[in-house]
Design a protein around this ligand. Sequence first.
Ligand code: ZN
Ligand code: MG
Length: 450
Amino acid sequence: MLAATPHPECFNLRRQQVLAWMHSQGGGIAIVPTAPERTRNRDNHHSYRHDSDFYYLSGFSEAQAWLVLIAGDTDQSILFCEDKNPEVEIWTGVRWGPASAADHFGFNQAHALEDLNTRVTDLLIGQRNLFSTLSRPAHPELLKQLNDWLTAARASVRDTRALPQQWHDLSEVLAELRLLKDASELATMRAAAKISAQGHVLAMQAARPGCHEYELEAELLYHFRKHGAQSVAYDSIVASGANACVLHHRAGNSVLQDGELVLIDAGCELDGYASDITRTFPANGRFSGPQRALYDLVLAAQLAASEKTSPQYHFNVGHEAAVNVLTQGLLDEGLLQGTLEQALETAAYRRFYMHRTGHWLGMDVHDVGSYRSPPASDQDRPWRQLRAGMVLTIEPGLYVRPAPDIAEKFWNIGIRIEDDAVVTETGCELISRGVPVAPDEIEALMRSRS
Ligand code: ZN
Ligand code: MG
């Protein structure tokens, strides 16, 4: 459950936007579940995280809830949630209950979960269209549930034409809405990025040869929770030495070695919004010559990409800019041979840079939204033009695995630099720069370790 619920009226506005779209499709009923609780191991659950689509429309973060929207003569938004139960609440915590939830979140109605089956069955009757998050179902039983409700409704009507004849996916519409962040979302994301950046500062200051990856993870987790973040946005990557060349290496037992780099990719989730930051720094506080050369190259690639992160450009221009800088640098360092033109044409850089330069960021760390212009049905769509209010990461990297044709001084160097960018009217703003990125500043910060 979230500590605070921001601006109930903004959730109402989003429901109205979805209802307006439902009307444009002929009206009908939308049924949207939140995520179920998930077992971790016997009698023990993973800490609960609501579904992002559901939360986007409701602001409601308890488990076991369903949202129903009716686009009809009068629009309705109806919440189903767990009823108040003082005895159970002693064990599991205070629930909103339908009455308070309707009041606080501005639903037209709210009902206890026990009434879900009968009420939804009734509500289906007379609706022409059924809408749901079909291509991104939060609940594994969603399709079965919808079919069960339709079957039950069929048994109680004489003419099945009184039931929805058409199914529509809400997922893409929600993705389009979620792609543009409003002012309250941006404020939360700025706050999340600030907490995460400071966590990275503390981890850099705690790092020294001989300490374990998990100790740096602990610094991050401590700071995130200490400042009110409910969770990490994703499991923290703390990768020392050769581990940095494993893209999704979880913080483990490895010991930081003198002369090696440490790559940390970690971000907190605050009030349902993710942050996602990567920094790479020397375990002993001083970059070696080859480390510094590749680091400068990745930083130049990030700068080139951020200069192309603007409503003037489409999504992929930043990636192309980063690839150009990295490829030229790899040629200059002797890691690639030939001309820039040849190397770009063969995508030779992929041996050292095998991921993309960014992804949407929002409630989900890899947030929803197509990278191509809508509609999703068209396969050969052009890249999406960036717009003010979109948020994405900018995260070039280089990963050099040992190989006979590679100069040994570069072996096992893995570097990624990742910041979170809000697209503005004229360019972008990096909201995660509360942790230094310039190599001299990183070294200065690490010299200040106690
Ligand atoms: Zn990322
Ligand atoms: Mg990341």
